[in-house]
Design a protein around this ligand. Structure first.
Ligand SMILES: Cc1cc2nc3c(=O)[nH]c(=O)nc-3n(C[C@H](O)[C@H](O)[C@H](O)COP(=O)(O)O)c2cc1C
Length: 207
């Protein structure tokens, strides 16, 4: 499937069929994760693959009691080697570790969508007890989890802001957006306002 089709097709799914996910598929998802970018190529992501109901229950409890998580055949717990990244980048390490791990998670979600697997990114706001239950060391942070399985039903895509509402040019200030009237892009403006396009063309001509 073309990349943009996969990116648009991916949905967060919270109801799963009683069909298992193969070891090969899980391996392929981790293979996709390991090619994500990371600061200084530190590759600070680590994953715990969970199939046991009792462990899924612990994850559900740690994630705002989202009990639907227990219905996923596989859950991947996503951890970062935050201590190792902080050792290299003392002030920015924690943020860089999060950013790298997030990019690895997105690779997993997209690789799963490409395979026809359903996923949902799960927040784990207070991972303290889960960390100790699963022997996660102090210098390693649980960043979240991914529920994986086969969708019970198709879900409608939640709305998205228009591209024109997301960009500005050269400096902060959304050239194409009027946030008073176009919060969710209903009053869509052209992707690039004419003024901005002219500015870009003029700059190219000068080169
Ligand atoms: C960092 C992050 C945390 C999320 N946490 C949860 C969560 O705890 N539970 C949940 O059901 N969905 C969670 N989601 C999924 C979002 O709700 C979902 O991506 C959003 O509503 C857009 O829907 P879509 O993924 O189908 O496009 C999370 C997404 C991200 C990126």
């Amino acid at each position: 499937m073309a990349f943009l089709d996969i990116a648009k097709k991916r949905r967060s799914i919270r109801e799963f069929r009683a069909k298992n996910v193969s070891e090969q598929d899980i391996y392929d998802l981790i293979d996709a994760a390991r090619w994500a970018p990371s600061a200084n190529n530190l590759q600070p992501w680590r994953f715990i693959i969970i199939r046991e109901s009792s462990t899924k229950n612990k994850i559900a409890k740690a994630s705002y009691k989202q009990t639907w998580v227990e219905g996923a055949p596989v859950v991947i717990l996503v951890c970062s080697l935050t201590g190792a990244v902080e050792a290299r980048f003392p002030t920015t390490g924690a943020s860089l570790a999060k950013q790298a791990v997030a990019s690895a998670v997105e690779n997993i979600l997209l690789a799963a969508a490409d395979k026809g697997l359903a996923t949902c990114w799960i927040a784990i706001p207070k991972p303290g007890k889960l960390s100790s239950d699963l022997d996660v060391p102090d210098n390693v942070e649980i960043q979240g989890a991914i529920a994986i399985g086969y969708a019970r039903k198709k879900v409608k895509a939640p709305s998205r802001l228009d591209a024109g509402d997301l960009v500005s040019f050269e400096a902060w200030g959304a050239v194409g957006a009027d946030y008073n009237t176009s919060l969710r892009g209903e009053q869509a403006k052209p992707l690039l306002e004419k003024r901005a396009i002219k500015k870009i063309r003029d700059r190219i001509k000068k080169k």
